[in-house]
Design a binder for this molecule. Structure first.
Ligand code: FAD
Length: 297
């Protein structure tokens, strides 16, 4: 199907994009990689009057570490994150998700920031952003604001970006040497959205107890969900197999998946438990392998 008619404008700077979005109000929509927006327009699920293409904005195409954060600019592609060597060396959660989002073709166009802004109920980056406690930098009427990811993700396909605003950068805290993560996804075939997936990141204290836990599940409800009870259960404790099992068992308690062609709700709930359990185990194995803490799991 063809999209409804729309105007197309190219922005060459964040200021120009912002001013175009302000000018067009609820008719304006940011076009990033177009991997979600264009299909939605073709199915007439989205009918923006004006597309503001931010791809020409070179100054938003960056991936760098600064001020304690990995900063991913709004036009940085998934594939750029996937193939950045220093990310592969030091960011185990980001590395394990970056190769399983969609397929290589989509990842060469799609942006990480666009994916988080899209806030698909089965999004991989949204769960990752929750587990790593990311922050989104948003340009609004009153200037820039930093929005913690839990406040940024409001509901299915809805975020804290308001009419006339745009997201500029996703900030992910730089993991220290006692932090490791894992992304666990099951999909019907390569390139598909998750049937269910879990993002996990663990930080240890020097004595081997857990200092911080980030756990999120996706394709398990209206949007990616933080498994807060599991996180709280782990912090301050020594990781034992029993504790990991108990933490994983919290995931199905908050999951509210729908039955669909990918599986029954019951199956997906159980997979949330299994995948959180596998993610915790792999994060600990990675910590162990790097001699980054005395682990007794
Ligand atoms: C075949 C296929 C398979 C896929 N499989 C997966 C998958 O397995 N897992 C997964 O997570 N995703 C999947 N996707 C989605 C893909 O990852 C998209 O890249 C992503 O959802 C959106 O990124 P984008 O840059 O293309 O954004 P766009 O499509 O350009 O935009 C998406 C939405 O976000 C808004 N937006 C984008 N950037 C900004 C910004 N800077 N500020 C404010 N709003 C903004 C747009 O206005 C739009 O509403 C798949 C897509 C396809 C086509």
């Amino acid at each position: 199907m063809f999209p409804a008619s729309f105007e197309y404008v190219r922005a060459h700077s964040p200021d120009e994009a912002f001013s175009l979005l302000q000018q067009h109000g609820d008719e304006g929509r940011v076009l990033a990689g177009g991997q979600s927006l264009i299909p939605a327009m073709r199915y007439r699920l989205a009918r923006p009057g004006v597309l503001v293409d931010i791809n020409p904005i070179k100054e938003l195409n960056y991936i760098r570490e600064e001020g304690g954060f990995l900063r991913i600019g709004a036009t940085a592609r998934d594939a750029a994150v996937e193939f950045t060597s220093w990310i592969r060396e030091r960011y185990s959660l980001i590395t394990s998700v970056s190769g399983v989002v969609a397929d290589p073709i989509v990842r060469h166009m799609g942006t990480v920031v666009g994916s988080v802004c899209h806030n698909d109920p089965a999004g991989d980056w949204t769960a990752t952003a929750l587990a790593s406690r990311a922050v989104m930098l948003v340009r609004g009427k009153n200037g820039l604001r930093e929005v913690p990811i839990d406040e940024f993700l409001v509901d299915s396909y809805t975020t804290a970006v308001e009419e006339g605003e745009m997201a500029l950068e996703l900030r992910i805290p730089i993991p220290d040497e006692r932090t490791q993560g894992s992304y666990q996804k099951i999909e019907r075939k390569v390139g598909d959205y998750a049937t269910c997936a879990a993002a996990v990141q663990l930080s240890l204290n020097p004595d081997g107890t857990i200092r911080q836990a980030g756990i999120a599940i996706t394709a398990a409800g209206p949007l990616a969900l933080r498994v807060a009870e599991a996180e709280a259960m782990l912090v301050g404790q020594r990781p034992t197999p029993e504790l990991l099992r108990a933490a994983a068992a919290e995931a199905p308690k908050i999951a509210t998946p729908n039955s669909d062609q990918r599986g029954s709700a019951e199956y997906k709930k159980d997979m949330a438990r299994v995948l959180v359990g596998r993610g915790l185990k792999q994060a600990l194995e990675r910590l162990d392998a790097g001699s980054r803490g005395a682990v007794s799991a």
